[in-house]
Ligand binder design. Structure first.
Ligand code: SF4
Length: 179
């Protein structure tokens, strides 16, 4: 049975790396497609979700990236004033390191952070609650081919949500940017 058939909440939350380095696929500066405005984007290597119709299979192997320290990743993302986007692969496969990186960004800058994950908001809330205190927008959920919609912004299928995290925490109910 492939991981695609597994319930999201049954995936092993401990399947992650240490918190001192990140396997990086690429870092892109001033991109206009990963959130609102121009942003600097970190693409992490490794994905353990294995969605059936994934268009990004080259990112599944965490060793397909280059291991970099948190300070190295931070420095490359913060060469200018652009806000930050974090995508995969599956960033939460390196959850502890991503939390540490986001904490550094929020402690040292006033930048907003968008993060894409194949997990749901509820899963992140349960397994990585600290992360939500650093994230401004969480784009959640797996890519589902039968719900593909090219008209959607920042996501590929209609099950995925573009969640305003501070408002969601404040109200106690999911608030999406397009609500
Ligand atoms: S979460 Fe994203 S990268 Fe991972 S298998 Fe699904 S579509 Fe591919």
């Amino acid at each position: 049975m492939t991981a695609w058939f597994m319930d999201n909440d049954k995936l092993n939350p401990l399947m992650q790396t240490d918190a001192t380095s990140i396997s990086v696929m690429s870092i892109v500066h001033s991109t206009s497609v990963d959130g609102i405005g121009l942003r600097n984007a970190l693409y992490t290597a490794g994905c353990n979700l294995q969605c059936e119709h994934c268009h990004n299979r080259e990112s599944w192997d965490i060793e397909s990236g280059t291991w970099q320290t948190l300070e190295e990743v931070y420095d490359q993302l913060n060469v200018d004033f652009f806000p930050i986007s974090i995508l995969g692969g599956e960033p939460l496969m390196q959850g502890d390191a991503i939390i540490a990186l986001c904490r550094m960004i929020k402690e040292r800058t006033a930048k907003n952070i968008w993060l894409w994950t194949g997990h749901t908001y509820e899963y992140v809330q349960s397994h990585y609650p600290e992360l939500l205190s650093y994230i401004d927008v969480l784009v959640d959920g797996r890519y589902e081919e039968d719900r593909h919609d090219e008209t959607l912004l920042w996501r590929g299928s209609s099950n995925q949500r573009v969640i305003d995290v501070p408002k969601t925490i404040q109200t106690g109910t999911i608030v999406c940017l397009d609500d």
